[in-house]
Design a protein around this ligand. Structure first.
Ligand code: ATP
Length: 235
């Protein structure tokens, strides 16, 4: 479904992504784990068209999308849930969900998708009329993921959803991501600093270190890998 080869991305003279290849087959949940500054957000932002690649290939369903404007990439069914949630604080939960469904085809499916989101996160239903800016961090993250689901994603890009959340909320969120992947058949690319959370729900994983892929394997093997255990799982 998504095929990235030899991707390089720069900020002026700094190369943040140094020629990486990442594959996300249809129906899989793939994660990219890495420390601060590894290039995870840059990767997500480049796929969704917010950063331009310097070189390399990004293909989605067999079509090149490298350098395509972000609104056309959303049209193709690639939906990003950004780092830091990016909810609209002065709007209610319901209005934020409406924003996630702004494309015509998604408006038609609004009710159906809204029910899916409320089943995933009942808290959002209870607080439908509350301003997003007054929600807790965990609730805002639920809303950000929910808003992403309102866009009917074929491919959902999740940028560090666990950031700043309590262990209990991380568990709740990772359960919801699993449901989105397994029950709603959404292909997911998850980038995370929380390696354990990501590898426990992913099928395959990549380890990104200062802009390079240093390891790739099944998530189960990475969880057992000595280097991963020491560097990313604190074992
Ligand atoms: P974190 O987990 O801290 O969010 P990350 O893995 O998402 O980190 P990126 O945000 O992609 O990492 O950053 C990769 C590198 O690119 C870093 O060295 C960062 O300083 C640099 N970088 C990111 N954004 C910019 C920018 N707008 N201008 C210049 N350099 C940038």
């Amino acid at each position: 479904m998504l095929k990235i080869e030899n991707l390089q991305v720069c900020y002026g003279p700094i190369m943040a992504i140094k020629g990486i290849s990442v594959y996300v087959p249809q129906g899989e949940l793939v994660c990219v784990i890495g420390a601060n500054g590894a290039g995870k957000s840059t990767l997500i932002r480049t796929i969704s068209g917010l950063n331009k690649p310097r070189s390399g290939m990004i293909e989605f369903e067999g079509k090149s999308i490298a350098g395509m404007p972000a609104h056309r990439i959303v049209d193709l069914g690639i939906v990003q849930v950004p780092e830091g949630r990016g909810v609209f604080p002065e709007m209610t939960i319901l209005e934020n969900l409406e924003m996630g469904a702004y494309l015509k085809r998604n408006k038609r499916m609004f009710k159906e998708n809204q029910e899916k989101v409320y089943a995933l996160f009942p808290r959002l239903k209870e607080r439908e009329g509350q301003l997003a800016g007054t929600l807790s961090g965990g609730e805002q993250q639920m809303l950000a993921v929910g808003r992403g689901m309102m866009g009917n994603p074929k491919l959902l890009l999740l940028d560090e959803p666990s950031q700043g959340l309590s262990p209990l909320m991380v568990q709740h969120l990772s359960d919801a991501i699993s449901v989105i992947h397994k029950q709603h058949s959404v292909t997911v690319l998850l980038v995370e600093q929380n390696a354990r959370m990501a590898l426990e729900i992913a099928e395959r994983g990549y380890v990104l270190q200062t802009g390079k892929v240093v390891m790739e394997d099944s998530a189960a093997s990475l969880l057992e890998n000595k280097v991963v255990k020491e560097a990313y799982l604190g074992i």
